[in-house]
Design a protein around this ligand. Structure first.
Ligand code: M6R
Length: 369
C-alpha cells in the first residue's frame, strides 16, 4: 500500500504536487475560477460581510494562510477560530456571516459542533473537506472538496496544501462574484497556482537530501524554533506542530516581528532556528526586516536555517544553512516553504527511530470533544 515508500507520510509528501493539481481540476478554465459546487450562491456571496473559518490543528493553519489571500482578493474580513474555542466565545453571527469549516477527515467532533452551532445561530456554512460524504460536509450548506486522495499518516501533509489550494480557489471565485478583482488579476493568480505542482516537485527533488542531513544533525536538539512573517507565520506554526507530533521535540513558531517582544530571550548559542524568508520581490521592506531578524538571532549564537527563494543572496552572510524554494508570487510561497519543513519533521522522526505514521498519543481523526 505504501507503494515502495518507507512510510505513508513519505508517500503522501510525494503526492503533494497531485494534491494541488487535482484540487484545481475542473475549477479553473482559461484563467477564470468557477467552482461548480458554489453555483447558486452568488447572491449570498455578494452580501456576506464576514467570514469565520473554524478548524483545528493543521487545518486551522491552512485557514490562517487562506485568510490573507481571501481578504486581499475578495475584500471580506476573515477571522480564523479554533473550532473548539468557537462555541464558547459567544461568537457574533448574523445572516451575513459565512462560516467556512476546514477538515481533512470531515469527522473532527469540535469542528462538526462548531458548524452545527453556526447553523443554529443563522450563519450559512461552507465545508472544505477531503473526505466524500463525511459528516461535516453533510451538515453544511455547501462543500468544496479537496482532492488530495486518502491521507493515512497521522501527520497531515498533502491535505494541508490541498486545503490552501481550495481556499485560494474559493477566494478567487468570491472575488469574481463580488467584482473585487478584474479578470486579468484573477487569471494571473490562477497562473501562479497552476505552476505550484511543478515547483513542489522540484523542491522534493533538489532539497530532500540536504533536509535529511539537517534532521540527522539536529536529532538531539531539545528545542527548535520557527520564525515567519505574513503568510510565512502560519507556516512557522505548522513547521513547529509537525516537529512536536512526529519527533517529540519542543518546537514553537513565532511571528518574526514578535522576537523582540520576548522570544529572543530564548536564543542561546547553538539554538536551531528555521526562518521562512519572504521574497524580496513581494515586499522589500518585509524581506529586509526578516533578514534583520536573522542577524539579531545570529548575533546571539542561533544556528539559522533559512528557507529562501532561489537567488536571494541577502541571507547568505547570516544563515548557517539555506534551503531553496523556486520563485513564486507571495501568496504561493507558503505552498512551497512548508514542504521542507514537513520533510524535516519526518526525517527527524525516523532519525530518532520513531513511528513516522503513527506518533504516540495521537489519532488520525479526533472524533471526541
Ligand atoms: O481531519 P481534520 O482536518 O479536521 O483534523 C484536524 C487536526 O486534528 C489535524 O490537522 C491534526 O492537527 C494533524 N495531526 C496535524 O498533522
Amino acid at each position: 500500500e505504501k507503494g515502495g515508500w518507507s512510510s505513508f507520510m513519505a508517500k503522501e509528501i510525494n503526492e503533494e504536487p497531485e494534491a494541488v493539481l487535482n484540487t484545481t481540476l475542473g475549477r479553473v478554465h482559461e484563467g477564470v475560477v468557477d467552482i461548480d459546487e458554489l453555483a447558486g450562491l452568488d447572491e449570498l456571496f455578494a452580501r456576506i460581510d464576514r467570514i469565520v473559518v473554524v478548524a483545528s490543528g493543521t487545518a486551522a493553519y491552512a485557514g490562517q494562510v487562506g485568510k490573507y489571500a481571501v481578504e486581499r482578493w475578495a475584500r471580506v474580513p476573515v477571522e480564523v477560530q479554533l473550532s473548539h474555542e468557537f462555541r464558547y466565545s459567544d461568537p457574533i453571527i448574523t445572516p451575513e456571516t459565512l462560516v467556512v469549516s476546514i477538515s481533512q477527515s470531515g469527522e473532527t467532533m469540535d469542528t462538526l459542533l462548531a458548524v452545527k452551532y453556526a447553523a443554529e445561530h443563522g450563519a450559512k456554512t461552507l465545508s472544505i473537506c477531503n473526505t466524500q460524504g463525511a459528516t461535516i460536509p453533510r451538515e453544511s450548506d455547501a462543500v468544496v472538496y479537496t482532492h488530495a486522495g486518502p491521507e493515512v499518516a497521522v501527520a497531515s501533509t498533502k491535505a494541508f496544501v490541498a486545503q490552501i489550494t481550495a481556499l485560494y480557489l474559493f477566494g478567487l471565485h468570491l472575488a469574481r462574484v463580488r467584482g473585487t478583482l478584474d479578470a486579468d488579476a484573477i487569471a494571473a493568480q490562477t497562473e501562479e497556482l497552476l505552476a505550484v505542482p511543478a515547483k513542489i516537485r522540484q523542491i522534493l527533488e533538489t532539497e530532500t537530501a540536504e533536509v535529511a542531513r539537517l534532521a540527522h544533525w539536529m536529532a538531539d536538539s531539545r528545542a527548535i524554533l520557527f520564525l515567519g512573517r505574513h503568510v510565512g507565520y502560519p507556516i512557522a506554526l505548522e513547521g513547529a506542530l509537525k516537529l512536536k507530533e512526529l519527533a517529540y521535540i519542543h518546537a514553537e513558531g513565532f511571528a518574526a516581528g514578535e522576537l523582540k517582544h520576548g522570544p529572543i530571550a530564548l536564543i542561546e548559542p547553538g539554538q536551531p532556528v528555521f526562518v521562512v524568508v519572504p521574497s524580496p520581490r513581494g515586499s522589500e521592506t518585509m524581506h529586509s526586516k526578516v533578514v534583520s531578524n536573522i542577524q539579531e538571532i545570529r548575533a546571539r549564537g542561533a544556528r539559522v536555517i533559512a528557507i529562501a527563494e532561489t537567488g536571494d543572496v541577502a541571507v547568505l552572510p547570516f544563515a548557517d544553512e539555506v534551503i531553496r524554494i523556486p520563485l513564486a508570487a507571495p501568496f504561493f510561497e507558503p505552498l512551497l516553504a512548508v514542504i521542507p519543513l514537513q520533510v524535516f519533521a519526518m526525517e527527524l522522526s525516523s532519525a530518532k527511530g520513531l513511528d513516522v505514521d503513527q506518533p504516540r498519543n495521537l489519532a488520525k481523526s479526533v472524533t471526541v470533544e
